[in-house]
Design a protein around this ligand. Sequence first.
Ligand code: KIV
Ligand code: ZN
Length: 518
Amino acid sequence: MSEQNRLIIFDTTLRDGEQSPGASMNLAEKLEIAHALRELGVDVIEAGFPIASPGDFEAVQAIARQVHGPIICGLARCNADDIDRAWEALRDAERARIHVFLATSAIHREFKLRMAKEEIVRRAVDGVRRARDYCADVEFSPEDAARTELDFLAEVVERTIEAGATTINIPDTVGYAVPEQYAATIRYLKQNVRGIDRVVISVHCHNDLGLAVANSLAALREGARQVECTINGLGERAGNCALEEVVMAVRTRNDYFQLETRINTKRLCPTSRLVSHVTGISVQRNKAIVGQNAFAHEAGIHQDGLLKERRTYEIIRPEDVGLTQTELVLGKHSGRHALRERVRELGYHLNDEQFERVFEAFKVLADRKKVIYDADIEALAEAQIHAEPALWKLEGFTVSAGTGGFPMAAVCLRHPEGHKLQDAACGDGPVDAVFQTIERITGLDVKLKDYQVRSISGGEDAQGEARVEVEHQGRIFRGTAVSTDIIEASALAFLQAINRVVLRRQARLNPQTELVQG
Ligand code: KIV
Ligand code: ZN
């Protein structure tokens, strides 16, 4: 692969992706995702914005120290404190990058920054120079570049290259661009900026008009060689360019793009599942590449064509993106070693203590369920990733439901201080009754915003996954849990969301505590 044809994949799931409402992750979750991104083969991991919070700093530092292979990048505004803090977090990385940004568009200059053009150029140059004093790899982003006057954009880019930037990123911060125009911006910069051939041109597109992937691809045709993207297209508002889509577009249409990435595409679906599990944000069924329906053919004519020759209706083989047939992998008599191997093959990095808990849960599950699929093992492994302190715990519950009666639930919880509390309530249905009882016991009033249940593997004894989204004081908190009993899964998911509300409250009382989901 020649350098000319190499496309650098810059993943910002842990930074821009985490800016999705309710998608914040704790340290253990970020580390697990960073390891998964390394295995996926991304070139750069933007691990966070170190000055934003102590939790962000700690996560960038931990990833810089523990995740080897990709470049680890930290974001900073163009000021000394941000850049110094970013470097402090990144300094132990095998390969580090500081990413500095400053808005350049007229609307940002006038209303947000209240700065004249000269001031913007001066600060951008100073920021890049300061970052270069620490680190040889510096990326500069003129925020809202897609709405910036082209001549001014070119001036800022030229001056930051002179100051030492090694990658120039052109963000479409508000998802305003359309493909031809965005591509023309890249062309203009290539034609009008001295020194542009010395740096990598990067693209960073938001999806407000549903054009993030299309805009990114159009820019690649003009010579951009780094694409900034997130797993499942997670990100602010409508999200960022979806990694799995841009990667599979250049791979499937290699005849057109003639670009290569280092992505192990077989890790796309498992990584997507992991990110969805950790953030609690479901992937829409018809989402390209990683959606549940992405490879489902319904029409008879299509099914007939596929049976005769797959390529009639299939441009990507499901196995190439890691979509395996649900397999029976292990059973009641499988040992520790076989389970450990399978967990590793599925891409999880559990320590001994976490693995022992998975093994215990596996034995309990094997008693309840005849066959255990990969999806079951993934659910057991994922339940260990959160590593949040256990606060309220479910001790037990009973529900009564049926037509013509009053659905009721009795629930027993263990208080964070150790004693048990129980109560009962009626509801619109058994799940509602359980949720109401949990609210009564914990004394926390939350508003249920979303509730979903799905089967995670095949068969009549399949496990159900419940996802719950609640709102408390204007913030979103999510919970996910799996069980062969969907009411139990629902109660556990609801309790996880409640525990996150409690953790958030504790963190606010003690700002040194790491913030978790919410
Ligand atoms: O969208 C944006 O402009 C950003 C920058 C910080 C690169 O995320
Ligand atoms: Zn962004």
